[in-house]
Design a protein around this ligand. Structure first.
Ligand SMILES: [Zn+2]
Length: 738
């Protein structure tokens, strides 16, 4: 093989190694406590006391009563006088036809003066029914307690309200309840602390809009920021919710923080104290203390919208959106002119765009093929090799295009074409999420400076190109690392286009080197690297002790038929061989649920009843009908009522807290009404429907735990598997006409 071919292959390996190593860009320092600072060890010890025996503690359960009692005791020990607000509340997930109700008890402590505009610190102390919630949201509880213990001894200029709310997991119910609290009227700013994982950097992923005041406070206070206007703008477009979604209707200054590393423990029994990373707690705590200190002294007096991004978690670059747009447009015009002058409009433009498209498609296809070969979430235990394999495939796809379509272009033409395409992609993304443009400014600016300086020194343009690639790697590499964390549950191919955009400038800059190389050897070498990477993925275990398989066992009873089933909710992988002795398993849907699952018939369990409704009153006026019902839980911890779309629900809820449903006329599909916790038994449910016909509803009750006959299923569950999102539970569903 020629020397240039070896060199070119070396460049490919270097690109892959850099992409493989980018997680270093988001690593956190070890825990160190400074005097007067946030002490993660003390915070975690307090959390351990509050969580007790670490059992799941959903809202309005005896386990949550115990957690709340220990939380209150801790606050009192700190010398604070916590108050408890006890009320039924219902919230709707704003973007779905869903009303969720529960009796919640918010725990509130007030620091500093009791008069004036207040800063709210918010976290939730309830967990999901499937896990102990040491991170979600134990990290928020631990953070608030430690920050509270530090702030209470400081002379505060204005009140700081510390809110431990209950019911976030059921649909932001605690936050909704707080908005009915007179205390909420004094609030002008909120910091919220959440988790969608158990490790990794704590990113600031949501702000109030416009964001200048929030960003001003954040940038001033936080020493190790991980945040960008790209992620806050994209988050805003997604249908995700935290308590801040509910708070936002008040127009408070808001900053929302969370970590997302190792999603396999999130909403599972693995979300325990052992899983909670103390470095993440320290990172969250440092930010919480710093921003609270900043905001408790007064509100920032700036306005408008900013674009911003952190640089390696060491500082925040920010500018007004308008300034960012001006620079962006000037860059776009400059590169359009350069492309024109260099006659780089043919292949030199088609090649980079083709490389990005074909590279991304290749990465997507390869992940599909691997998904067909290995069922289930094969990357779950070790996502890194799978992402590297995708990047190796992207690289192959990009190289094929650049060595064919782009081969005729000179390096200078290709450089100009590549950065114009880069800017055009920025314009495309920026038109959806304007905050994205911050990622498209520095690299082309450096290239442009290099081009201008080449009048005096010929090498300047190459130096500019290389520095741009370095900046691209440091900024986009961090973004890609966070994207991998966020998309570790899948789909993996999301990372492919981002990696492709990062690679093409590097390939364009080394265009000459690739031109000298022997093309068949180069492509064969690149193909071999991709194939080898996927072989490693194929041989890597899918699950580990730290990253277990999702595997929920349910016992289901359907009334009136009385049919009973075993059900397994997993990632679609085949069931353990021992399960075949229990019956013939089918993968599909059951009549009472839309979820795909494994199921087989099961022996009936004694004493299982579905929840029921007792009709109290029907008020009919024209086509409108108000139905009042009394809920009977019949032992269920959670009740879900499913109503068909044809019933045209207008409102639903518990008496006193009835809420509008389906405000969005464009949405369609069935309605759901949930009531969770002990207090649902005997509660009065009110539904307003726009129909005169009988309404066929499905009422489902579920409770943690399985009948004794489930022993062989529990014993046969694979060693590295645990329930996630849904607990092992007994479910009974009944069909009723209203
Ligand atoms: Zn949460």
């Amino acid at each position: 093989m020629r020397r240039s071919s070896l060199l070119a292959l070396g460049v490919l390996l270097l690109i892959l190694a850099a992409l493989g190593a980018k997680s270093l860009l988001i690593s956190l320092p070890p825990v160190e406590s400074s005097p007067g600072g946030f002490d993660a060890s003390r915070a975690k010890a307090r959390l351990a006391f509050i969580l007790g025996d670490q059992r799941p503690h959903p809202a309005d359960s005896p386990a949550d009563d115990a957690v709340r009692a220990r939380l209150i005791a801790t606050l009192q020990q700190m010398g604070l006088q916590p108050i408890v607000r006890d009320q039924f509340a219902c919230n709707d997930f704003q973007k779905a036809r869903y009303v969720s109700c529960a009796r919640v008890r918010n725990v509130i402590a007030i620091l500093g003066p009791h008069k004036g505009k207040a800063l709210l610190l918010s976290a939730h102390y309830d967990s999901v029914p499937v896990g102990p919630g040491a991170s979600d949201d134990g990290i928020g509880v631990a953070t608030l307690l430690e920050v509270g213990s530090i702030l209470k001894d400081r002379p505060l200029k204005r009140p700081v309200i510390v809110l431990f709310n209950e019911g976030e997991e059921l649909g932001l119910i605690g936050a909704r309840a707080f908005l009915t609290d007179p205390l909420s009227r004094s609030v002008d700013s909120v910091l919220n602390f959440e988790a969608r994982g158990v490790t990794g950097p704590v990113t600031m992923f949501e702000t109030s809009r416009p964001n200048a005041a929030a960003i001003d406070a954040f940038a001033r206070a936080v020493k190790r920021p991980f945040a960008s206007s790209l992620s806050t703008d994209v988050y805003h477009l997604l249908p995700n919710d935290t308590d801040v979604t509910t708070y936002n209707e008040r127009g408070w200054l808001a900053l929302n923080f969370a970590m997302a590393g190792n999603e396999t423990r999130y909403h599972s029994p693995g979300d325990d104290l052992a899983g909670l990373d103390r470095r993440s707690l320290q990172h969250m705590g440092n930010q919480a203390l710093a921003v609270s200190t900043e905001l408790s002294s007064g509100m920032p007096q700036v306005r408008g919208q900013r674009v911003f991004m952190d640089v390696l978690g060491r500082g925040l670059v920010q500018m007004p959106l308008a300034a960012g747009l001006v620079i962006f447009v000037l860059l776009l015009l400059s590169f359009a002119m350069i492309v024109w002058r260099r006659r780089a409009y043919g292949r030199a433009l088609a090649a980079p765009i083709g490389a990005i498209v074909l590279g991304s498609v290749a990465g997507w296809l390869a992940s599909l093929i691997m998904g067909a070969v290995r069922a289930g979430t094969y990357w779950r235990a070790h996502p890194e090799p799978s992402f590297v394999a995708i990047y190796a495939t992207v690289l192959l796809g990009a190289l094929v295009v650049l060595r064919t379509l782009g081969a005729g272009a000179s390096r200078e033409q290709l450089r100009a074409g590549t950065w114009l395409i880069f800017l055009l992609l920025g314009a495309l993304l920026g038109s959806v999420a304007s905050g994205a443009i911050i990622y498209f400014l520095a690299p082309p600016l450096v290239v442009l400076i290099g081009m201008a300086a080449s009048k005096w020194w010929r090498g300047a343009e190459t130096v500019g190109g290389l520095v741009a690639i370095l900046i691209l790697y440091l900024t986009w590499g961090e973004m890609l690392a966070l994207l991998e964390v966020l998309f570790s549950p899948g789909p993996l191919w999301i990372a492919a286009p981002v990696a492709a955009i990062m690679m093409v400038p590097a390939l364009a800059e080394t265009h000459g080197l690739f031109g000298d190389a022997h093309r068949p050897a180069l492509l064969a070498g690149s193909g071999a690297i991709a194939l080898l990477s996927w072989t490693v993925v194929g041989l890597t275990p899918a699950y580990s002790q730290d990253h277990e398989q999702r595997f929920t066992i349910e016992h289901l009873t359907e009334f009136p038929s009385g049919k009973t089933y075993w059900s397994v909710l997993n990632d679609g992988a085949a069931l353990p061989t021992s399960y075949s002795g229990l019956g013939k398993w089918t993968y599909g849907k059951l009549p009472s649920s839309d979820r795909e699952r494994w199921f087989t018939s099961a022996p009936a369990a004694a004493g299982i009843q579905a929840p029921s409704v007792q009709l109290l009153e029907i008020l009919q006026s024209g086509d409108e009908r108000r139905i009042r019902l009394r809920l009977r839980a019949n032992g269920a911890e959670r009740i879900l009522i499913t109503v068909p779309a044809t019933a045209h629900l207008r409102t639903a809820g518990i008496a006193g807290v009835v809420r509008p449903i389906a405000g969005d006329a464009a949405s369609s599909g069935k309605f759901s009404i949930a009531c969770t916790g002990r207090s649902c038994d005997g509660a009065e449910l009110i539904i307003d429907a726009e129909t005169s016909k009988p309404i066929p509803i499905i009422i489902t009750g579920s409770s943690n735990g399985l009948p004794a006959s489930a022993a062989p299923l529990l014993e046969g569950r694979p060693p590295n598997a645990r329930p996630q999102y849904v607990p092992d539970q007994s479910v009974a569903a009944a069909h009723v006409n209203l």
